[in-house]
Design a protein around this ligand. Structure first.
Ligand SMILES: *Cc1c(COP(=O)(O)O)cnc(C)c1O
Length: 475
């Protein structure tokens, strides 16, 4: 038994040295285009891994082990170095069917918006310079003009995201005092935004009224006191309470606020500018409708249904927005020039709403008729079937997609998907193969198949999916 034992040290010594691997052709080629420290690091990590594999072997297995050679080590290292040299944040294909997917960056910007951001970001600009007057100006001015024109609001302010918008409003108007909220609207949305926690940080005191499923105007009215700073309504972004329910409309709450001299705010979450009913989706009040209902402040995100960059948009009465602008927190939550550029360019597209639906990717994806998705799915399925040697089974199916991003929570979007499965291969292993391809493709697993949803594909994504599929090793 013991005669087969080979000294571990002797086996280790058969591993190539770093310098030896570095002299290999594959590494010399890699060095021509990649930074040397990245290549050296990759070689070291490949050799370290080989050493650890040997270390983990039983004594008996050492005699038969095939030690990693310099040639193979070089090939692996070159691949690893190429991967390490690429930016970690990269384009992916969203084949999940969730249009506003927070993990995948929410809304993709319109190409014209991206061009504008690049122009502004790579040169000097009049970000805070009033060109007409020749002196200091406000970065918010172009956004205020567009937002008030588009919504009918008196004034506007933009901060880093909607969570910041809510924090700023509560801190300015209600620190140390009470904010009345319906129990049915004390929300948590993905990514750890819990309204009660944000309230604590703002210094406002939460006063819950009603029950989870039913809140009436009288519940708010009875709770108003000298301590009340704000009546707050929150859009139930990612859920819907169904059945025996009651909630108070923004208009009713605004009326109560006026009667009792208390400002009323609505956190809209998504902030919609389009009437979606002609596209088969349920009615989601538009921002203009909410403003017209008489609430004093409205907040929403820039990168949900608006389809622009991440931002928190605040609309409302001039006197209240004026107080927000004077709060030192506003400086801390300030948006950068990329956001101003991206938001201005996106809002300009809304000056003609039909144009917005065509030009803004998130809106175009939501509006796409199911028949068009079916045609796309069938064409893509044919391309994937052509890769016959991968042993892929390719089916086309009708499915249901989601808006996502806490918008239109009850809306179900008809969609068409490609369902992939393979003999002797789990859906998880297909999912992994697509996810780890050079342009990652993210889909979902449903029962025994890996699904690629055509609802969320952008232009050219078919090529990226076919490329990822072609890298699946033949069975
Ligand atoms: C999404 C959402 C937020 C948080 O917005 P961010 O822009 O992600 O900070 C707050 N409130 C509601 C109701 C939301 O849907």
């Amino acid at each position: 038994m013991s005669e087969s034992v080979v000294g571990r040290q002797e086996v280790f010594s058969r591993l190539p040295a770093v310098d030896e691997v570095l002299r290999e052709e594959a590494i010399q080629a890699a060095l021509a285009s990649l930074p040397r420290p990245i290549v050296v690091e990759a070689v070291k990590s490949v050799l370290d891994e080989a050493r650890e594999t040997l270390l983990a072997l039983e004594d008996e297995a050492l005699a038969e082990v095939v030690v990693l050679g310099a040639h193979e080590a070089a090939a692996r290292s070159a691949e690893r170095a190429a991967e390490a040299a690429r930016p970690a944040l990269r384009r992916v294909v969203n084949a999940t069917g969730v249009v506003l997917h927070t993990n995948l960056g929410r809304s993709p910007l319109a190409p014209a918006v991206g061009d504008h951001i690049r122009q502004i970001g790579t040169a000097y600009s009049n970000l805070e310079y009033d060109l007409a007057a020749g002196r200091r100006g406000s970065r918010y001015a172009p956004l205020v003009r567009l937002l008030t024109t588009l919504t009918g609001a008196e004034d506007a302010l933009v901060v880093n995201n909607n969570a910041a918008a809510v924090l700023l409003c509560l801190e300015t108007l209600a620190a140390g005092r009470e904010v009345i909220v319906s129990r049915g609207e004390l929300i948590e949305i993905g990514g750890a935004f819990r309204l009660p926690d944000v309230m604590v940080k703002s210094g406002a005191v939460l006063r819950e009224v009603g029950t989870t499923n039913r809140t009436h105007l009288g519940d708010y009215a009875r709770a108003v006191s000298d301590e009340t700073a704000l009546l707050l309504k929150v859009h139930p972004s990612n859920y819907a309470i169904q059945g025996f329910t009651a909630s108070v409309s923004a208009a009713e709450l605004a009326q109560l606020g006026r009667e009792r001299g208390v400002p009323v705010m609505e956190d809209l979450g998504s902030g919609n500018f389009i009437d979606w009913r002609p596209y088969g989706l349920p009615h989601e009040p538009t921002v203009s409708e909410v403003v017209a209902s008489g609430v004093d402040l409205v907040t929403f995100s820039g990168d949900k249904l608006l389809g622009g960059p991440q931002a928190g948009i605040i609309l409302g009465r001039a006197a209240l927005v004026g107080r927000l602008k004077e709060n030192p927190l506003t400086r801390a939550l300030r948006v950068d020039k990329f956001t101003v550029a991206g938001l201005e360019a996106t809002l300009r597209l809304y000056l003609e709403p039909e144009h917005a639906i065509e030009a803004i990717p998130a809106l175009r994806l939501l509006a796409a008729p199911a028949e068009r998705l079916e045609a796309r799915a069938r064409a893509l399925a044919d391309r994937l079937r052509a890769l016959a040697d991968r042993g892929l089974r390719v089916e086309v199916r009708k499915e249901v997609a989601q808006v996502g991003g806490g918008a239109l929570p009850t809306a179900s979007l008809p969609t068409w998907v490609i369902a992939l499965s393979a003999e002797g291969r789990s859906p998880n292993s297909l999912e992994e193969a697509f996810r780890t391809s050079p342009t990652p493709v993210i889909g979902r697993i449903r029962e025994e198949a890996f699904l690629l949803d055509c609802r969320t594909l952008l232009e050219g994504d078919e090529d990226r999916i076919a490329e990822a599929a072609s890298r699946i090793p033949p069975q």
